[in-house]
Design a binder for this molecule. Structure first.
Ligand code: HEC
Ligand code: HEC
Ligand code: HEC
Ligand code: HEC
Ligand code: HEC
Length: 218
């Protein structure tokens, strides 16, 4: 009887000694995987919006320029989202009774802006500025992917610090001629390596200090 108890206790002790750390490791691994999964980071997952706005229709099919709606992207930190007036310049005539545009008409009548869900949203302790990137030759598609083909908008990057740093360490890998920033189908040429070095000079890119903490956390 004593013998049996002894063995059982050993088995339980072994289970605790081996099992508990294993369980902790497994839980940590699962949480890490979940944290990095598209579900948690939002990569590739379109958000539910008050109006199912399609960049594919407006940009790729109808040829409207990004700056028509994101008016401040070249000269301020914030790209800007279009006010209801912008939609109404076309939709007071076009599809003017379509049910899908009811929230746009409501917003127009009540003067309450449409409440777009933020697709990209950096934490408040990170400083970001569109204009400097756009003016130094970083394309919209480099950071946002092929927005022009999205029926509903989603992000294509997690926006982790290491992603920002991967470019800040060596922007020559990604930089374009300035007149290609809005070109959504631009492909890096095979001589990007040497072209990138030249463009750093032509676009007046200051690489010093780009990885300093203070650049993004101020
Ligand atoms: C006709 C107006 C219009 C045009 C043109 C347009 N957009 Fe947008 N864009 C919107 C609206 C409205 C939203 C908010 C709804 C959404 O996220 O889809 C938006 C959202 C976005 C977002 C996500 C913003 C966030 O919440 O983080 C990005 C990125 C974006 N647009 C990039 C572009 C790029 C790049 C172009 C040009 C290739 C472009 N847009 C052209 C109207 C427009
Ligand atoms: C320059 C004119 C223009 C502006 C500005 C514009 N639209 Fe449109 N919109 C169109 C056209 C053209 C279509 C038809 C698109 C198609 O089917 O190719 C359309 C279609 C739509 C549709 C129907 C579904 C679809 O995508 O086909 C929705 C919803 C819509 N627009 C929302 C908006 C919103 C919201 C805004 C403001 C942020 C806006 N539009 C601004 C021209 C415009
Ligand atoms: C260097 C990367 C980068 C480039 C280049 C870039 N964006 Fe963004 N964009 C971001 C980040 C990061 C955010 C989220 C900002 C935040 O949460 O404060 C964002 C947010 C946005 C938003 C939401 C409104 C805002 O300003 O927060 C729109 C619209 C947008 N970008 C459009 C564009 C367009 C159009 C272009 C090209 C002219 C462009 N972006 C180029 C990284 C970039
Ligand atoms: C694809 C390349 C690329 C990516 C990705 C990128 N940047 Fe930049 N960033 C640049 C370049 C190029 C400059 C311009 C440097 C100069 O000439 O001053 C810049 C400048 C900046 C500046 C301005 C520094 C100043 O002196 O005002 C800030 C802030 C910044 N980036 C933040 C970010 C953050 C935050 C992210 C990630 C969310 C990011 N960047 C992602 C290329 C990039
Ligand atoms: C090019 C822009 C950029 C630079 C330079 C930068 N960071 Fe960040 N940092 C970010 C962004 C974007 C985030 C938020 C996204 C994330 O959590 O990765 C962040 C998040 C953080 C966080 C909190 C989130 C976490 O859990 O990692 C810390 C701490 C941090 N940064 C410290 C630093 C330090 C220290 C430096 C200098 C050695 C630095 N950063 C330089 C862009 C930057």
């Amino acid at each position: 009887m004593g013998q049996l108890f002894q063995r059982r206790a050993n088995a339980i002790a072994t289970l605790i000694v081996v099992g508990v750390p294993l369980l902790i490791i497994a839980t940590a691994a699962a949480m890490f995987a979940l944290g990095r999964s598209d579900y948690m980071t939002g990569v590739g997952v379109p958000l539910e919006q008050p109006v199912p706005f399609s960049h594919k229709h407006h940009v790729a099919d109808d040829g409207i320029d990004c700056r028509y709606c994101h008016t401040s992207v070249e000269n301020s930190g914030f790209a800007g989202l279009p006010p209801t007036e912008t939609c109404m310049t076309c939709h007071s005539q076009l599809f003017k009774d379509a049910p899908v545009l009811q929230p746009v008409r409501d917003s127009w009548q009540t003067h309450q802006p449409i409440k777009w869900q933020r697709v990209h949203d950096l934490p408040d302790y990170v400083y970001f500025d569109h204009s400097i990137h756009v003016n130094k030759g970083v394309g919209c598609a480099t950071c946002h992917g092929a927005v022009n083909e999205m029926p509903l908008t989603f992000k294509t990057q997690e926006l982790y610090m290491r992603w920002c740093l991967s470019c800040h360490r060596d922007p020559a890998k990604f930089i374009r001629p300035k007149n290609e920033v809005f070109n959504m189908t631009y492909a890096a040429p095979s001589d990007q390596h040497s072209l990138g070095q030249e463009l750093l000079a032509t676009n007046h890119v200051h690489t010093a200090g780009l990885t300093d903490c203070y650049t993004c956390h101020r």
